[in-house]
Design a protein. Sequence first.
Length: 111
Amino acid sequence: MSDVTNIKTITNELLYPVTVRNGENTQETFTVNSSSGWNGDLWIPWVVSAHDMWKSISLVWHTNKIYIFQHGNHIMYSWNNDFNQSEVLGGNSGIRGEKALIIETDSNIHM
């Protein structure tokens, strides 16, 4: 797949730090502190089947864990790393381009 979607910023509005892990490159793991932000380049991986879910970006905080990936024309998410139970991420969830990821105080996540 040649369509790149790049997360340029992550805004964490939670009272908890969020650990971000790139499944395709596990050395790309970092923490976004509570009520803080991150700036950089984080390409969202393509996942075409359940066998590819290991590639997903995981976001972990408190007792929550969410997985983000590209599939078809959308950025998808799953709360349980299950491809078949994934949904389209809210907001600007189309593929391609530079994105800003926001984690709200109620754990809602959107682009």
